[in-house]
Design a binder for this molecule. Structure first.
Ligand code: NAD
Length: 303
């Protein structure tokens, strides 16, 4: 049986449909998520083209990957030669035409529906018809974004978690139009880049944030009602439920403005009062207490 190298940990066999497998990945956006996705794809042996709007953004993305790989080398989790090989597999550019022949393009640009629709429409005008398209959006409807493309059946949500090289999960989201074949290819891709995939239907918050964010919102209600202090609520969830971080500390990490806008999307999307944002969350945002990024949230952070 003929075998071919398909990245660390996986040999693909000709009779497994090697030809159909994803070899080149385009990524739109070199920010927090884009450069993390680029890193794990390149580490899995795939060729990556990472596109952003300015040389500065592209270079920031590339140097973040360089720094992240360097830390792996220092911890002896990767050799210096492998670091170089992984970096060589990533091309950073501002030229979107370089994406034309990729097997898969993942959109990971700023979270803005209008922007994403424009990016996808522009992209489809030049993209090879066989290219699969994905988006890393955390809140925009996959069905709606798919409808903006010329290949809605070959469009899927690929929701990675931050930091991408560390978090094991890849949440796949099927829009109404996503085909079984596209889903199967996305599952194969998840395995290839070392992630465990779960699949959710298109719905506000998909599966993970649908559960996580109302839990955090409920913790804020409990704090507001004086049920327990912030420290006690967080200790309760850590020690009693084995969560690695308490919900209020997590809200500070995510950003209270982001938390509020997610709850507003749920409240509006489901038209159900059970998703109403906690009034204390709104108060904190109005006060400019957004969590770690402003130095003050449910906890104070040193400057
Ligand atoms: P970010 O702000 O760190 O990066 C976004 C990048 O997109 C920037 O470098 C920006 O210059 C670039 N960009 C904007 N317009 C562009 C265009 N027309 N072409 C190419 N690049 C463009 O944002 P992020 O945190 O990486 O988020 C990216 C996506 O991932 C969003 O959809 C977000 O909802 C999603 N997401 C974020 C997280 C997270 O924790 N940050 C987690 C899961 C999903």
């Amino acid at each position: 049986m003929q075998e071919q190298w398909a990245g660390p940990g996986r040999l693909a066999r000709k009779d497994e449909g090697y030809e159909a497998m994803i070899q080149t990945v385009g990524i739109i956006g070199a920010g927090t998520m884009g450069n993390g996705i680029a890193q794990i794809c390149a580490a899995a042996g795939l060729s990556v083209v990472m596109v952003d709007i300015s040389d500065a953004a592209v270079n920031r993305g590339l140097s973040t990957v360089g720094g992240s790989l360097e830390r792996l080398v220092k911890k002896e989790k990767m050799s210096a030669a492998d670091r170089e090989a992984v970096l060589k597999r990533i091309t950073g550019t501002t030229d979107r035409a370089r994406l034309t022949d990729c097997d898969l393009v993942i959109e990971a640009a700023t979270e803005n529906e209008e922007l994403k629709v424009k990016i996808l429409k522009d992209l489809c005008a030049t993209l090879s018809p066989r290219t699969l398209l994905a988006t890393n959006t955390s809140s925009i409807s996959i069905t709606k974004l798919a409808a903006a493309t010329d290949r809605p059946d070959r469009f899927i949500g690929m929701h990675f978690f931050n930091p991408v090289p560390v978090m094991a999960l890849l949440e796949l989201i099927r829009g109404l139009q996503t085909s079984d074949d596209t889903h199967a290819k996305a599952l194969d891709f998840a395995k290839r880049v070392g992630k465990v995939a779960i699949t959710a239907k298109n719905s506000p918050g998909f599966a993970v944030n649908r559960i996580l964010c109302p839990m955090i919102n409920e913790a804020i209600f409990a704090l507001q009602e004086g049920i327990a202090t912030a420290e006690e609520i967080d200790a309760g969830m850590k020690l009693g439920c084995n969560h690695p971080i308490g919900p209020l500390a997590l809200a500070d990490l995510v950003g209270l403005d982001t938390m509020l806008s997610v709850m507003e999307v749920f409240y509006k999307g489901f038209n159900d009062p059970k998703y109403r944002p906690a009034p204390l969350l709104r108060e904190m945002v109005d006060a400019g207490h957004l969590g770690r990024k402003t130095g003050q949230g449910f906890y104070a952070y040193g400057t």
